[in-house]
Design a protein around this ligand. Structure first.
Ligand code: FE
Ligand code: FE
Ligand code: ZN
Length: 282
C-alpha cells in the first residue's frame, strides 16, 4: 500500500494523532513537534510516543514526517533568530529520538537580504552544529516556492547546503513539495520525468525521501506558495496521480498539506487510493 497521509494536529498527544491518521485511511502522517508558532516544545512523553510507535508498527505505517516550526529561520540576518533556529531544531531532534527511523523536515529559510550564498552557508552551519552522527532521525530540506528571499526554490541551492554541511550525509535528505516546485518553475504537471531527471542530476534521487502532495492555487513559476485542494489547482489530479505512481517515488511517504481539515484529508486520501486501486473495503 502506498504510504499516504496528511498533516495532522498533535495537540491531543502523539498516540491520539496516530488514531486520527488511521481514521482517515492514512498510513503515514506529518505533524509539528511543538506549537507551529514556535512556542516551547511539548514536555517529552516517552509513553505517548511509545504508544504511537506501537500503533505505527501494528498498522504497517511508513516513515512519518515531523515538520519544523514555520518561524524557524537559520539564515536570518539576525543572529538571535539564527541561534533560536538551531535551538529549536536541536530540541525537536532530541524528542524524535523516542521515535526512531523517521524524518524531520524544515524550510531552509529566507536570507533576508544577505544573499543566497551566505544563506546557504548559514543553513549548512546550523546542520553541522545540530545534526548528530548517531541520531536516528534523517533531516529533510524542503523544496520551496522561491518567494521573496526564500532559499530552496532551486535544486542547486539545496545541493549547495548538502555539500557545505559537515555532518554524515546519510542523516540529510530532501522533501519535495509538489506545489512549491511548480511555483518555483519546475513543470511537474506536464513533465514529471524531466523534473525528476533534473532533481537526479543536481541532487540525486537517492536523497529524495518524502513528498508533500499539494495542488497549487497559482500557475507554474508564480512563486506564491498557496496550496490548493487536489484537483482544484494548476497541477490537477492526473499529475498528482502520476507523482504517486512514479516508479522512482513508489515507497516514499506522501503527505497532504491541502487547505482542509482531517475529514477533508480523509476524502482526498479515499479519492487517491481509489485512483491507485487501493480502495479499502472495510
Ligand atoms: Fe513545509
Ligand atoms: Fe510542504
Ligand atoms: Zn507551502
Amino acid at each position: 500500500m502506498t504510504y499516504l497521509g496528511a498533516h495532522l494536529s498533535s495537540s491531543g498527544g502523539f498516540y491520539k494523532m496516530g488514531k486520527a491518521a488511521l481514521a482517515i485511511g492514512a498510513n503515514t502522517l506529518q505533524c509539528f513537534v511543538r506549537n507551529p508558532r514556535g512556542a516551547k516544545a511539548k514536555a517529552i512523553n516517552p509513553t505517548d510516543l511509545g504508544k504511537l510507535r506501537e500503533l505505527m508498527a501494528e498498522n504497517s505505517f511508513g516513515p512519518i514526517v515531523a515538520h519544523a516550526p514555520y518561524i524557524m529561520n537559520p539564515c536570518s540576518k539576525d543572529e538571535g533568530i539564527r541561534a533560536l533556529a538551531a535551538e529549536m531544531m536541536a530540541g525537536d531532534l532530541e524528542l524524535l529520538e523516542h521515535l526512531p527511523g523517521n524524518y524531520y523536515n524544515f524550510h531552509p529559510g529566507s536570507h533576508t537580504g544577505q544573499g543566497v550564498e551566505t544563506g546557504c552557508r548559514q543553513i549548512a552551519d546550523m546542520l553541522t552544529a545540530v545534526v548528530k552522527p548517531e541520531q536516528k532521525t534523517v533531516v529533510l530540506l524542503e523544496t520551496m516556492a522561491g518567494k521573496g528571499s526564500e532559499i530552496g526554490g532551486r535544486f542547486e541551492e539545496l545541493r549547495a547546503i548538502l555539500d557545505l554541511a559537515q555532518c554524515p550525509q546519510d542523516r540529510l535528505g530532501v522533501c519535495l513539495d509538489t506545489c512549491h516546485v511548480s511555483d518555483a518553475g519546475y513543470d511537474i504537471t506536464n513533465d514529471l520525468d524531466g523534473v525528476l531527471a533534473e532533481f537526479d542530476r543536481v541532487i540525486g534521487l537517492s536523497r529524495l525521501l518524502a513528498i508533500h502532495v499539494n495542488d497549487s492555487m497559482n500557475p507554474l513559476g508564480a512563486r506564491k506558495d498557496r496550496h490548493a485542494l487536489i484537483g482544484q489547482g494548476a497541477i490537477g489530479t492526473e499529475a498528482i496521480v502520476r507523482v504517486l505512481t512514479h516508479p522512482a517515488l513508489r515507497r516514499l511517504p506522501f503527505v497532504l498539506e491541502t487547505p482542509t481539515d482531517d475529514a477533508g484529508h480523509g476524502e482526498e486520501i479515499a479519492m487517491l487510493r481509489e485512483r491507485l486501486g487501493e480502495a479499502q473495503s472495510a
